[in-house]
Design a binder for this molecule. Structure first.
Ligand SMILES: *Cc1c(COP(=O)(O)O)cnc(C)c1O
Length: 465
């Protein structure tokens, strides 16, 4: 399997080179050259597989011989052996049409563990196999950082530096990142927003000389390995439902996805392109609704940053969006390059009516207001005795708005409610923390507060790496 850049100026790469490159050297994003197509027969056979077995099949398609199958199996087993639920990503039924796909049973109680446990092990494998140093640099709005750190802490040959916006992540998220005291971990608390952190990272990675000199590797969802790992649970959830519910038969299922950087929902789009019969992909956002406006109006333009109860979705520029543009424009790298240059120069992209129609065939979108998010949490808690975290609540609220009567919708639950207790308590709901989270409050923290300039971050990196 080869990977190419959405901007067309990178020679095709193998899987391992693609994950090492992260952001493509021409500024684009890497995508598979050809998307594997699954037959109905294959889908039927896959229904019987456990989560790790299914992950192994999907990763085999995308790594195609580059990693021996027994090694790949070990990477998969190591990655999903750390999950607290035997099913890895169990599906919970709330009503005949409402299902929740619980993606938060990994070490840091957020869905990012699913991709980052795997990517951490993959980097460990690549470092051993090529005898090379891996320096990971990432930005987080809260969950990625903890997850990435958990994926590589203490691993030989790997160092990791994570930027988070100072005091703009939840207490539990902050503790999960900063209570790790392995010597290969550096937490930088940046004065600014997540978008500032993300921009700094993007610019440092775009400085190819700096990137090569310090062996910089990405863990942000621009890394294609993360997207691939996230396709697995769309298949798994669909199969669980089909098994569990004769009523589904061969019919299609909606997925509602709490969206920030467009990575998770892009994985769903990819699963659909591989042949999974998804009906609607519902794109749920919060008050930072650039993607909702894009789907409704065909204008992609950042608005004013809004603080919300779902901070992992407080994003104005969605880093994976370019991957979708690539497919929307029929894999035309020239068109993508022009659009992205226009975005850089004018701060917005406007697509024509025929493209907007195509977008609306691919996605339905809904932006959830802050109070509506909390209402959904309290409403579902009293009706179903099920506690939603604020991100999942956005997904549920969007599904309630956009699923047509009788359609089955699976909402992706992207975090455990304990991670966002500050918001949940606003509605007077008391929860008991899982013991792993409770224990964090007793531990010392390790982090450095820094200014939000490229140079300040560069100085820290040069000292650390
Ligand atoms: C990262 C994250 C999201 C958004 O996922 P994207 O892939 O960035 O769209 C949603 N919810 C939670 C809890 C997250 O951590």
């Amino acid at each position: 399997m080869e990977y190419i850049s959405t901007r067309g100026k990178v020679a095709p790469l193998g899987f391992i080179d693609a994950i090492l490159m992260g952001l493509a050297n021409d500024g684009g994003l890497l995508v598979p050259k050809v998307i594997p197509q699954l037959s109905a027969d294959t889908l039927k056979q896959w229904q019987k597989l456990s989560y790790p077995e299914l992950a192994l099949e999907i990763f085999s398609l995308y790594t195609e011989g580059e990693i021996p199958r027994d090694e790949l199996k070990k990477l998969v087993d190591d990655s999903y052996g750390t999950f607290r639920d035997a099913e890895v990503t169990p599906v919970k039924k709330l009503s005949d049409t409402t299902y929740v796909l619980e993606l938060f049973h990994g070490p840091t109680f957020a869905f990012k563990d699913i991709a980052l446990q795997f990517l951490g092990n993959l980097y460990g494998y690549v470092s051993r196999r090529t005898n090379s140093i891996i320096h990971i640099l990432g930005a987080t709005s809260g969950d990625t950082g903890a997850s990435a750190i958990e994926g590589v802490r203490g691993k030989e040959g790997i160092r990791i530096c994570i930027l988070h916006p100072h005091q703009k992540v939840s207490k539990v998220q902050e503790l999960q990142m900063t209570t790790v005291n392995d010597a290969n971990v550096l937490n930088l608390s940046v004065e600014g927003t997540f978008d500032d952190c993300q921009r700094i990272i993007k610019e440092l990675f775009a400085d190819v000389a700096f990137k090569e000199r310090y062996h910089l590797r990405a863990i942000n969802s621009i890394n294609i390995a993360r997207i691939l790992a996230q396709t697995v649970y769309y298949f798994y959830a669909y199969f669980q439902l089909a098994k569990d519910n004769a009523a589904i038969g061969d019919s299609r299922v909606n997925f509602s996805v709490p969206t920030g950087n467009f990575g998770d929902i892009f994985a769903g789009y990819l699963a659909q392109k591989m042949g999974l019969p998804i009906n609607k992909l519902i794109l749920a956002t919060n008050e930072n609704n650039i993607l909702e406006r894009f789907v409704k109006e065909g204008v992609y333009q950042p608005g004013e940053f809004r603080g919300t109860y779902s901070p992992s979705m407080d994003i104005q520029v969605a880093s994976n969006f370019e991957r979708y543009l690539f497919y929307l424009y029929g894999e035309d790298t020239e068109a993508v390059t022009t659009l992205m240059a226009q975005f850089k120069a004018e701060g917005r992209i406007v697509i024509p009516a025929d493209k907007l129609k195509a977008v609306q065939a691919d996605f339905a979108a809904y932006g959830v207001q802050n109070e509506e998010c909390l209402d959904t949490i309290s409403g579902y808690y009293s009706k179903y005795n099920y506690l939603l975290d604020p991100h999942t609540a956005c997904g549920i609220a969007a599904a309630d708005q956009l699923a047509t009567l009788g359609e089955i919708t699976v909402t992706l639950s992207t975090a455990h409610p304990a991670k966002f207790d500050e918001s949940i308590r606003l509605r007077g709901i008391q929860q008991t923390y899982p013991e792993q989270i409770q224990a964090l409050f007793e531990k010392p923290q390790f982090q450095k507060v820094v200014g939000g300039s490229n140079d300040a971050i560069k100085d820290e990196l040069v000292n650390f790496f």
